[in-house]
Design a protein around this ligand. Structure first.
Ligand code: CTP
Ligand code: ZN
Length: 161
């Protein structure tokens, strides 16, 4: 590794989300529900030169693994991302994100009249289309470029009771 590549220090235990589409790091944090208040140690590289994809973002979270819902939503905004599980400084697992048919939770339906926005304990569910996602309850479509604007800041996609 050259000096130029070493921008963010290595972590001991946690998850490195690598090869994130440049400019999407903050949206990755939103998907993970991380805003700093939870006390997690997080390092972010933005627009870091990458030999594979030109420029990329990198998000490193100490002491945290990702849920399947988080990975599914991640696949919408960072389809080339690699999820590295780090244990005792070593890369213990490396997985590419996979495109899924459905994403559950985390995204919020833009339709205020949707059942998922009523005071009901209904988890959001969206069918993944080629160029966006469609609410399974009301058919409202979120276009691909608008997905990031509909991430639930709390990361759950569930209406509070
Ligand atoms: N990493 C880290 N802390 C560690 C080990 C690895 O932050 N203790 C980071 C590396 O900086 C890199 C990612 O995890 O961003 C994957 O590490 P590694 O597989 O060693 O790097 P590459 O071989 O470059 O990965 P790839 O083949 O996926 O590009
Ligand atoms: Zn809806």
């Amino acid at each position: 590794m050259t000096d130029k590549e070493l921008r963010v220090s290595k972590i001991r235990d946690g998850t490195v989300i690598d090869h994130v589409t440049a400019g999407q790091a903050l949206n990755v944090l939103a998907i993970l529900g991380i805003d700093g208040s939870g006390g997690e140690s997080v390092s972010i590289g933005m627009n870091v030169p990458s030999d594979k994809v030109g420029y990329k973002d990198v998000v490193k979270v100490e002491g945290r693994e990702l849920s399947q819902s988080e990975v599914d939503v991640l696949s919408l905004i960072a389809p080339e991302a690699t999820i590295n599980i780090i244990r005792d400084f070593e890369v213990a697992e490396k997985n590419r994100v996979e495109q899924t048919d459905t994403v559950r939770g985390i995204l919020v339906c833009p339709n205020h009249n949707c059942i998922t926005n009523a005071d009901e304990p209904v988890r959001t569910e969206f069918e993944v289309l080629g160029d966006g996602v469609r609410c399974a309850y009301c058919d409202t479509i979120i276009r691909e470029g608008d997905v990031a604007e509909h991430i639930d800041a709390r990361g759950s996609g569930e209406t509070a009771l």
